[in-house]
Design a protein around this ligand. Structure first.
Ligand code: FES
Length: 109
């Protein structure tokens, strides 16, 4: 079921927002060349929060051990083969809605 993550006007192109949706930490990432998307908020490596990750508009870097993830696909581009789980996202009436049901975050460690 979709639930509100944040307001649309809180999003900035090339940046990300952190939200809790149904008690799940979610990253709303808006890549420079794409549309906003919602990814799991915990790093697959050691299950640390990505809430303080660095994002250059293309690549998201976990500050804990510097694994890197593509901001469009969620694929790990530096670290072990894995991918951030992506949640369905839609924007309605100025609200960013995310559905976390039935999607299990990737977790290696
Ligand atoms: S917890 Fe993210 S790289 Fe280790």
């Amino acid at each position: 079921m979709f639930a509100k993550a944040c307001e649309e006007n809180e999003l900035r192109k090339g940046k990300y927002e952190v939200a809790a949706v149904n008690r799940t930490l979610v990253l709303i990432v808006w890549p420079q060349d794409s549309q906003p998307r919602a990814f799991q908020g915990m790093c697959p490596h050691s299950n640390e929060p990505l809430a303080d990750a660095r994002f250059n508009g293309k690549v998201l870097t976990c500050t804990h051990h510097d694994w890197e993830f593509d901001g469009e696909s969620g694929a790990c581009v530096k670290g072990k083969p894995c991918s951030l789980a992506e949640y369905p996202l839609k924007i309605e009436n100025g609200e960013v809605l995310v559905d976390t049901a039935d999607i299990t975050p990737c977790r290696l460690g």
